[in-house]
Ligand binder design. Sequence first.
Ligand code: FMN
Length: 332
Amino acid sequence: MSKLQELMRRGTDLLGCDVAIMGGAMSWISERHLVSALSNAGAFGVIACGAMPPELLDKEIAATKALTSKPFGVNLITMHPQLNELIDVCGKHQVTHVVLAGGLPPGGSIDRIKGHGAKVICFAPALALAKKLIRSGVDALIIEGSEAGGHIGPVSTSVLAQEILPHVAQDVPVFVAGGIATGDMIAAYLEMGAAGVQLGTAFVCSTECIAHPNFKKMFLRGSARDAIASVQIDPRLPVIPVRALKNAGTEAFNTKQREVAQRLDEGKVDMAAAQLEIEHFWAGALRRAVIDGDVENGSVMAGQSVGMVKAEEPVADIITRLVREAEVALAR
Ligand SMILES: Cc1cc2nc3c(=O)[nH]c(=O)nc-3n(C[C@H](O)[C@H](O)[C@H](O)COP(=O)(O)O)c2cc1C
């Protein structure tokens, strides 16, 4: 067994695949084609359920199964109003792994997933929460730093890795995510005790990914400094930070925040309505960019590693390169 296989073994045993690289679920992007391509390449694809209703998830899982006989996971957002029904759809298809994202899992959800015989993987945003999740019975954790694309926390991957890995990596397999684009980085986190990694940005320009050509073009042109976190302009109007490539939409969002804050000051709108207006600004924005190709007004979510995405290439080639780089780094 190679050193890489040895270091990844807890991850590959847990996931049931050859390479402990998870394709991070990306709403609208991580559907049947990308997910099956990842799993067929020996890595681990994860369907992004996002806001899908149970009937659509049902179809997506069935369609993915038709494209791969390898295991894959499903990512469910904890605040989805039909979380229990979605869990049961995963159970019906005997999905082997469910990733819970978007906040701490609500009571009963972990047991419900385990009741169907699936493994539960959760995001741990801090050490205390990692320990709490382990006590609740999760099978593995993901720690994701602020370099990542999409919704992000405030702490960088390197700091989370140092704070969390030494204390919990012996209890459950931990996957590190955020800002990873090379095998060298994968090798480094494995040597620190990670059981595997999760990448999102690196797979957006894969041949199999259905993202609109305009979306992929933005990725190929973008550099690390273009992938910026959304900013909250007024303390009364909360903004959940999202990392995306800057465009006209990002500017418009800042203008919108200033304008709503002013109307709030003038008493022309009440607090609840003002907050809702901010919350709704980006509704449907990722879909607009990924599917419709409106990369000026939509949300082009991307991580800082976007600058290292250089070409459109098959998933299998990306995985092969990452594995080769990691092996070379470990041999060094
Ligand atoms: C376009 C895009 C959409 C994403 N959507 C989701 C999502 O729906 N659910 C989720 O848990 N994570 C989501 N993520 C985060 C990824 O699953 C993954 O953890 C992240 O991309 C890893 O960091 P990286 O982008 O630096 O590789 C998204 C990321 C991107 C770039």
